[in-house]
Design a protein around this ligand. Structure first.
Ligand code: HSE
Length: 409
């Protein structure tokens, strides 16, 4: 039998304990031995919980208990979570986590400590909830040179955008609905401003390209500026609006950014709605491989955490290789040089747009005119980089919205 401690009894922590109990026999079979939760650490009290005897508020008890071989960090954030993770690894315990902020910021350091101590730091649940993505990238696609990664990496924002599209709700109403359903946090900033997506694309990029891609160096735009008009205009043009994390290898550099995009109705990402996530990985041997599934939620996330616990049990005396080297800010390329077609919503006239932009596709060509939008028009430009776009817009064309179009994927 192997004993574990779960740090944090929130949505994910309670899900982990629940999956460990619910699938106990299957997990014993797959792990080769029984896995028992010996402690649950949380500052909150849960007097009604059937696991009451397991609760402790003393991390020292956990760290000093030689029976604890695996610590499950599902506290979130970077304060106690970082401190407890460092201490657990230093004490020779493997750590399993869903904490993407911690991995994106401190993954390199924590994996180095794990390597020194001969233990594992595993974080399958940090990207894409239930979707197996870290392990496939590290193992199944390891024979490939990865050229590009892109995808829908945040369940909350995808739920909001889907709701706006399907029910015609505006952004605030859709956010309230996402909060009511328990998808969005009471403080949804990290989701709606794109930081969560940024952390996830940084983790995937660091693994794929071998150097730490730091969130602070990645341009990030969220979904707050997206209006119902944008969603409707995109639909009329044959697109959906999706928040994407994107990253590609360019020589020895990396181009990575997060921004709302228009994705074609023919794109594999177009049908990925609600809290579902999908990631496309382009390998030079495998081609495009798509990973799709529930990107958020208690049990989907717990599914990935428990899989890592089982992996750590099976490799309790052997390290799973996973890691990347320390990166530098100058290895990132500014995405403004990346070309794409652009969706623009503006109050400029059609004549003015055609004069400056040349050949464009107007949304009204598809939906019979949008003169009822208070004189606003929307259009898709030819393929140009962001600098050129900004230059064209500086000629007295105010962009009320501007989003890249995902290319021919
Ligand atoms: N807040 C995240 C999301 C949770 O909505 O995708 C899963 O990482």
């Amino acid at each position: 039998m192997i004993k574990v401690a779960v740090l944090g009894y929130g949505v994910v922590g309670s899900g982990v304990v629940s999956v460990l109990l619910r699938n106990k026999d299957r997990i014993r079979q797959n792990a080769g031995q029984e896995i028992e939760v010996k402690y649950i650490l949380d500052i909150k009290k849960f007097p009604e919980s059937s696991h009451k005897p397991l609760f402790t508020d003393s991390f020292d008890t956990i760290r000093n208990d030689p029976e604890i071989k695996i610590v499950v960090e599902v506290i979130g954030g970077t304060k106690a979570a970082l401190d407890y993770t460092r201490q657990s690894l230093e004490a020779g315990k493997s750590v399993v986590t869903s904490n993407k902020e911690l991995v994106a910021l401190y993954g390199n350091e924590l994996m180095n400590i794990a390597a020194e101590k001969g233990v594992n730091y595993l974080f399958e649940a940090s990207v894409g909830g239930a979707i197996p993505i870290i392990r496939p990238l590290v193992q199944c696609m390891t024979a490939n040179i990865i050229g590009e990664i892109y995808g829908i990496l945040n369940g909350t924002t995808n739920y909001i955008l889907t709701d706006m599209e399907k029910s015609g709700s505006d952004f605030n109403a859709a956010l309230t609905e996402a909060q009511k359903k328990g998808y969005a946090e009471s403080d949804p900033t990290a989701d709606i401003e794109g930081h969560d997506t940024c952390r996830k694309i940084c983790i995937l990029s660091s693994i794929a390209f071998g150097s730490h891609v730091h969130p602070e160096h990645v341009q990030t735009e969220g979904i707050k500026g997206i209006t119902i008009k944008d969603i409707q205009n995109a639909k009329a043009l044959g697109y959906k609006v999706k928040l994407l994390g994107r990253s590609r290898s360019v020589g020895d550099k990396v181009l990575a950014f997060v921004a709302p995009h228009l994705v074609s109705d023919h794109s594999v990402l177009s049908g990925v709605d609600d809290v579902m996530n999908a990631v496309v990985i382009r390998g030079n041997a495998a081609g495009d491989v798509v990973f799709c599934g529930a990107g958020a939620g208690k049990l989907p996330t717990a599914s990935a955490v428990v899989a890592d616990i089982i992996d750590a049990v099976r490799h309790v005396h052997a390290r799973r290789w996973i890691g990347w080297s320390a990166g530098t800010a100058d290895m990132l390329i500014d995405p403004e040089f990346m070309e794409s077609a652009w969706y623009i919503r503006t109050d400029a006239t059609r004549d003015k747009v055609m004069r400056e932009f040349g050949s464009v596709i107007f949304a009204e060509n598809h939906n019979g005119g949008n003169a009822n939008d208070g004189g606003e028009i929307s259009f898709i430009s030819t393929v140009i980089n962001k600098r050129t776009l900004q230059d064209l817009l500086s000629r007295d064309i105010t962009a009320l919205s501007k989003f890249r179009i995902l290319g021919d994927y």
